[in-house]
Structure formats: C-alpha cells, structure tokens
Design a protein around this ligand. Structure first.
Ligand SMILES: [Zn+2]
Length: 559
C-alpha cells in the first residue's frame, strides 16, 4: 500500500499522516523519509535530513539533526519495535511545534536533537492490522522484528544486524549526553500511561552520572504529573506475570538493550514505554510530552551530564571490582498503584487462571515495590586488557569497530604469562535465542604461559568503553560474546581416542602409583563415574599428551 501522504503545494508539508487522520492511522516509511526532507526544505538553517545506512531490503535509514551540531546532543529513536510507533508521530509533531515556534518554542536552545524516526525500517513496512494484538491503534502498524527476524532491541551488544552496526556508528559519532528509546508495552491493564526506565541511577552506583540519573527521574516524573500524566519510574510488569498482588520491581538492563547499552557507555539512557491499552492519540501525546520534558531538563543540565559522562570515560577500571548485573533484594515498600478492578477466573480454554480487568472501575492496588538492588555478578577487571585471537578477529573485530573500541594489533608472536579461562562446566542452551545457541560456563581465570600469536588483537581496559568491554569479554557476563555463542566451537570436542587405544594407554598409565590411587579412589567414591565406560576412559585421556588443551578453553585471554 502506498502512503496517503499528500505532497504538493508550495510550502513543504510537515504534518504527519497520523495527525491528518486524527491519530487513527500512521504513515509508511516513504512518508517518514519525505517528512525528513520536508523539514529540511522548510527550515534549512536548522534541520539536516540524512541517511545513515541501508537496510537488508535496501531501504534508506533516515535521521534528522535539529539545532547546532556543536551543542550537546539529545538522541531520540523510535520504532525499534516498529509496531510500537507512537514515538515517530509524536516527535514529528513536537519538532513541528518547536520549529514553527508554537508553545514549545526555544526548547532546543543550546541543544542538538538527533532523531531517528524508524530504527526498524524493514519491520515497519511489514504493515498490518494485527501485528500488535494487545494494542489500541494505529489502524495498521509495522512488525516487531527486522526482515531477518532480528529483535533490534536485543542486538545492541552483539551487533548481528547491519541496521544495528549503522545505528551504533552514528550514535558513537554524535555522542549524545542523553538518549531516549520510545516503545509501547503490553501486559496488564492499569491506569498509568507511561513508564520511564532511566539508567544509570543512584540505586546502582554513586558516580555523578548516577546521581544525575536519579535527579532526572524525579524531575521528569514531576513534570509529567504537572502535564496530567500518570507516569511510572519503573517497567510496569508484575513480579509474577499473572498476579498483580506480587507488585513491581526495578531492574538494571544488560547492554543488549538500548538503555542498558547507553549506560554501559557512561551515558544517560531512557527506555520510554507507553501503555498499549491507551489509544493512539493518548500514546502519541504521552511520547510528545516525555520528549518535551526531557528536552526542558536537558537544556539546563546537558553540559553537566557531559562532564559527568567524561569523568566516567576517564575512570580507570584496571584491577577494580565492577558489578555487571544486579537483582533486587527481598526488601519492599507498599505502594498505591492505580489499577482497575479485576477478577481471577478459571479459563475454560486453557484450564488455568485468567485475569479479567474492568477498566470502567478504577481502584488502588496496594502492592509491594522492590527498589533496592544488589549486585549478582561482580568481576575484577583485568590490569591491562584482553587478547583476542587472530582466528576470532574476523567475526568479532567489526563489532568492536561499531562500538568505537580502541585496540591494537600485536606485531610479533611471543610467549607471555596471561590469565586463561578454562570452563569446568559448559552448558549449551537447548533452544535458539535470537538465532544463537547460548552458552553458560563455570570456571575462573588462572595464570598460564601461552603463546600470543602475531596479529592478536589487544584491547586495553583503560578506555572510555572499559565497562562495555567487561560486559562483552568477561565469560560470566550475562551478555558476553561467549554467552551469545560466538565461541561455542571452543567448547566442542573435536578429537577422540579409540577405546582399544585408550585401553592400552590406561593399562600403561596405571603403572604410575599416583594415577592408580586416584583412579581407584574415584571408582569407589563416584558412582556415576564407575558406571560410565566413557568417563573412565576420559580419566586417562585427559592425562595423556594427546588431550586437546584448547578444549573448553575460552579463546580470549586477559592480563
Ligand atoms: Zn518495544
């Protein structure tokens, strides 16, 4: 279907199809591209419309730069989940108001806004009326994932898609002090209209930027209240999905998500989630007011945010204990949450309990809110950095380039004492997640002498991306390249010894009294071992020179 967008007349049209239809429909990709150009035509001294890449289906990825690019940058992206498209129409509306100097004039004074109207552009063009069954409007909308079926809001760290590679390249180039990612959440039915999940904040750190995040949260929630919006400073999903009484908690997102990624780059990030059960006009208004309020605060605070971000960029993480993931503890306070009357009924369809909400009957739920966080994974950063094998560089290096990571190449091979991680347990996931078979390992770094081959990539820890490097290279990190399965081959056995060969070798090795003692003790103490011919053979194989020392050895070293 071609957009209804009307192009004509002398003045470039900067009103969205959504606004023209009274917020019933949203326009297509072609409209967003045209609007981008029209804004530039109408306000050539203030707006630049540019492309930052092409999608796999060869569509132009567009972005707008509004204001003086030398000023601190606020980044706003919409449509990373293309069905959740309020943000696109909301920011176009806000920009029209700002540039036409309506009530929000002057909002961009001292700031530069970089706006990506549709991050998932191919997904946006998989257009249909039933792409978001839990959402009221627009009439038709795009699809959650890309043409390659990648969820871009899980792709920030692993960078599988060209869309993400190009988005990150642009993001690092403009280096925003504040970034907003505009979504719509499904889930339960309740009164609040929008959730703002801000990273970082005081509950998980004490830097100036963490403090600034908390102040920003307080202020934007209060501004939205003044604008008569019910806004929440957390993601409104119940602790137990099917039971509102279980309440809510705060989370710290890993860098696979936009706001988790921005935080791990020492920058303020906000996940904005309007509520799918509000109609399109209401949701667009919410997104509009969130971005407007954010810009108002940024006008005053952007320069100090920049300073705080740079303080973290300069911080040396070498040898320090750094928490990488958090969970809330058991402490909670009761909050009054504006919900609706609901009943729990036995479903004749599923046989399980099902919640029925009655939006005509508002009621206050007194529910627990868990807001105290504790680190669940803390790592000690390497003193110098990581060594990436030349054999893995082809796959991993383009990701490091997209992340703006500083690295160098080792010229001559040499022996060196480094830290090596041998997994004592390696568990592959049964299913596939985002096209990956995930790997969870147990083990620890130990000093070892190894050969560092020429062309090894050395990545120093003391650089602005230090925190991000820990997330990607520490094997226990919940979002590490290892966890995503990029090194699975190193955890597969590739060579075997025939049993009749192992038999002879074992007999020979048992002549060593120490081996003999260990073997018979294990036979006695370990029933599983005693029962398994494979394990009994492996006992000897592991002690033999033919055993593959690289099996279960993480191919990234550190020093
Ligand atoms: Zn979303």
């Amino acid at each position: 279907m071609i957009s209804n967008f009307a192009w004509g007349g002398k003045t470039p049209d900067i009103t969205t199809h959504a606004e023209k239809t009274g917020w019933i429909e949203t326009g297509r990709a072609q409209e967003a591209e045209q609007l981008c150009h029209n804004f530039e035509k109408k306000f050539p001294s203030k707006v630049k419309c540019r492309s930052y890449g092409k999608t796999p289906e060869k569509r132009n990825l567009m972005y707008m730069v509004v204001g003086n690019p030398a000023s601190p940058v606020v980044w706003v992206q919409a449509g990373i989940h293309a069905g959740e498209i309020d943000g696109k129409d909301a920011v176009f509306l806000l920009l029209k108001e700002i540039l036409e100097k309506k009530r929000t004039s002057g909002l961009l004074k001292g700031l530069c806004l970089v706006f990506v109207p549709i991050v998932n552009l191919d997904g946006h063009e998989r257009f249909g009326a039933y792409n978001r069954p839990n959402q009221i409007g627009p009439k038709e909308m795009g699809w959650r994932t890309t043409s390659q079926n990648i969820n871009l809001n899980r792709d920030f760290l692993k960078v599988d898609s060209s869309e993400m590679r190009d988005l990150l390249t642009l993001w690092h180039k403009v280096d925003p002090v504040l970034s907003l990612d505009l979504h719509v959440t499904d889930g339960a039915q309740f009164q609040p209209e929008v959730g703002l999940i801000i990273h970082p904040k005081k509950s998980f750190g004490d830097s100036n930027l963490h403090e600034a995040g908390s102040r920003f949260e307080d202020e934007i929630i209060s501004k939205l209240k003044d604008l008569k919006h019910l806004a929440l400073p957390f993601y409104p999903s119940f602790e137990n999905n099917v039971d509102p009484k279980t309440g809510f908690s705060v989370h710290v997102s890993t860098p696979r998500f936009a706001h988790g990624y921005w935080y791990n780059n020492n920058r303020l990030g906000v996940l904005v989630e309007t509520h799918s059960w509000k109609d399109y006009a209401t949701r667009v208004k919410n997104q509009h007011d969130v971005v407007m309020a954010a810009l108002e605060i940024a006008q005053r605070d952007a320069l100090s945010w920049k300073k705080y971000a740079q303080e973290l960029d300069r911080e040396s993480l070498a040898g320090k204990s750094v928490p990488l993931s958090y969970k809330h503890n058991d402490k909670f306070r009761l909050i009054e949450f504006p919900g609706y009357k609901y009943s729990v009924e036995k479903s004749n369809i599923s046989g399980a309990d099902v919640i029925k909400y009655d939006p005509s009957l508002p009621e206050i739920w007194k529910v627990p809110f868990y807001e105290e966080l504790r680190p669940v994974l803390t790592v000690v950063a390497p003193a110098e950095g990581y060594y990436l094998q030349p054999a893995d560089a082809e796959l991993i290096l383009p990701k490091l380039v997209a992340h703006g990571v500083i690295y160098s190449q080792i010229k001559q091979s040499h022996a060196r004492e480094v830290e090596v991680f041998h997994a004592i347990k390696a568990q592959f996931s049964v299913g596939s997640f985002e096209g990956h078979q995930n790997l969870v390992v147990e083990g620890e770094w130990k000093k070892e002498n190894v050969e560092i081959p020429a062309h090894t990539i050395f990545i120093p820890i003391n650089q602005p991306k230090g925190r991000l490097l820990l997330q990607m290279f520490e094997p226990l990190s919940l979002d590490s390249f290892l966890w995503w399965g990029f090194f699975n081959r190193s955890f597969e056995r590739k060579e075997y010894m025939e049993d009749y060969v192992a038999e002879d070798i074992a007999v020979e090795m048992l002549k060593n009294p120490l081996v003999k003692e260990e073997f018979f003790a294990k036979l006695k103490d370990d029933k599983e071992f005693a029962k398994s011919p494979e394990k009994r053979f492996e006992f000897f194989y592991r002690k033999h020179s033919s055993w593959d020392v690289r099996f279960n050895r993480y191919p990234v070293f550190r020093k």
